[in-house]
Ligand binder design. Sequence first.
Ligand SMILES: Cc1cc2nc3c(=O)[nH]c(=O)nc-3n(C[C@H](O)[C@H](O)[C@H](O)COP(=O)(O)OP(=O)(O)OC[C@H]3O[C@@H](n4cnc5c(N)ncnc54)[C@H](O)[C@@H]3O)c2cc1C
Length: 172
Amino acid sequence: MPVLHRPIDFMVALCSHGSFSRLRRALCAQPERACNREWDSGRLTNEYRMGFDVEERFGAPYLLMHRGDLRAAIASAVPDEIVHLDRRLVGLEQASSGVTLVFESGEPAQVDAAIGADGFHSTERDIILGPERPWFTGRVAYRTTFPASRLGDLKLDNNCKRWGPDRHIVIY
Ligand SMILES: Cc1cc2nc3c(=O)[nH]c(=O)nc-3n(C[C@H](O)[C@H](O)[C@H](O)COP(=O)(O)OP(=O)(O)OC[C@H]3O[C@@H](n4cnc5c(N)ncnc54)[C@H](O)[C@@H]3O)c2cc1C
């Protein structure tokens, strides 16, 4: 299951929304525990409870969910007619009366405020702060998803990290 980790304040806000309660019941997994093991021996080095203890302590749960489901839940919080797709932002002009958004195609839009949420290669950030070059940490994360049935008789913990000398594997 591709999952998203989000800060607890995001989860508190999300869980207060009615449509998310439905998503949570239908499509989220809530693991009871998380654990850490040595990569080769499998020795348990640390284990902690994640289930309702987390929810009681922080006011929101730790959940595993598919990114597409999360996006759909967020999108359902606003009426369809205010969402405009297929508009690539290429320019942004700020004046005392508001902001003009300039798109690659189509009419510009006048808005009171613009919030840039256009990701890692953000055009809006480039416009406001100037272009920045990504900084490679030297760390790479490989990911894959497959049906649990392919594990056969192999028993793996749910929500567990296996730690090697300089890398680790996360299993959900
Ligand atoms: C392979 C991979 C696996 C990941 N796995 C996880 C995970 O398991 N858990 C986790 O928590 N995080 C994971 N992440 C990170 C997570 O996806 C990002 O942190 C998150 O998507 C960032 O959200 P965002 O809204 O800032 O940007 P994005 O999700 O990148 O969204 C930006 C949006 O802006 C749009 N956009 C960009 N430029 C323009 C423009 N000029 N005009 C109009 N629209 C524009 C894009 O089309 C996109 O829809 C993963 C990332 C990758 C690449």
